[in-house]
Design a protein around this ligand. Sequence first.
Ligand code: PLP
Length: 417
Amino acid sequence: MKRYKDLAPPPRTIMTPGPVEVDPRVLRAMSYPILGQFDPAFTDLMNETMEMLRELFVTGNQWCYPVDGTSRSGLEAVLVSLIEPGDRVLVPIYGRFGHLLTEIAERCGAEVITIEAEWGTVFDPQQVIDAIRQYRPALVAMVHGETSTGCMQPLREIGHYCREMDVLFVVDAVATIGGVPVYADKWQIDAVMGGTQKCLSVPAGMAPLTYNDRVERKLLARKSIERGLRTASEFQPAAISGHSRIASNYLDLAQLQDYWSPARLNHHTEATSMLYALREGLRILLEEGLEARFARHAENGAAIVAGVRGMGLQLFGNDQARLPVVTCIEIPPGIDGESVRSMLLEDFGIEIASSFGPLKGRIWRIGSMGYSSSRKNVLHVLGALEATLLRHGFKLPAGEGVQAALDVYARKEEVTC
Ligand SMILES: *Cc1c(COP(=O)(O)O)cnc(C)c1O
């Protein structure tokens, strides 16, 4: 019989836009014994997780729960549950994940209208508002933080206008949730989809989301099969109500909310260990406090920006639109970007990201998310990048990058003294 070696993942400093390093407390939580999914000991944990998610999304919404699957399962669940074939959907695109929303909406049978901003920029909210006025969509789907370009879209005015026009507004906050302020209620977002493996610093495998009663009304209108304990008079088949049935069973939010409701109508088998992980990740986040956590991400992002500039590199993207948790760097002419990345990984044990589509080969992306967003990691990656670039023949003012980052941290300490 073939012998396989013991599992021994090498230690890494992960400075990518996900998956990122996980707090040892979360890893420990994942090693606890399995509970049955209707065991009150487990359903209590589910309820607590919902409560903590309400704090994370800063919302009074009843419905805050994770979908089992990576972040895109949350995107698909919201879109497939809300979009009926023929619905008009507007997707303002400013990077790769806008294209993902478009692709999913098309598969749901939507008439998708897109507007595009150049990669590295975001929309002036008025541009999106004008497009809503022109096209009158039933739903607007947008990305909050584009990990592909390191840009972040302001959402408040768009949310306000959508509400005024009775348009559903759904937001991919996978990259930002837990690292950057995301206010579901204040920004009038009807559904917010998050992810676990980015700023929440939990392994990939769940998609926490929240939605309000405007969304729930649509879900209930589309509910086609009578299930569970409802009375006959409440039963209204979708075909009679004039709505079409939700095309997915696994991602049907109407069924998922019944599963997460006190009725606990059976649906899938909950991913026990992932729920432990999410609950512990949220507990850590709430212990730190949202404001302190956002400040930590902002500071480490600022230190990376200062460090990268300090070593004479150019940043990619518009300064005003910068996403604090992903820094995009232009690969200098004559430098082999992939060779730099592999030296960082092999010699320093540090992973940074390359990029996609039009930016492939043009930029590196350094993430600073969750547990990976630490002063130690920032200084390590900057020091290693300086050394690696020198090794690749790039002329840079040696040491200045790390010094610039240290200056950022020193300034903060002066302020707090
Ligand atoms: C990472 C990411 C996703 C996809 O997440 P998966 O967990 O890989 O499915 C979607 N949207 C944004 C903005 C992301 O950064």
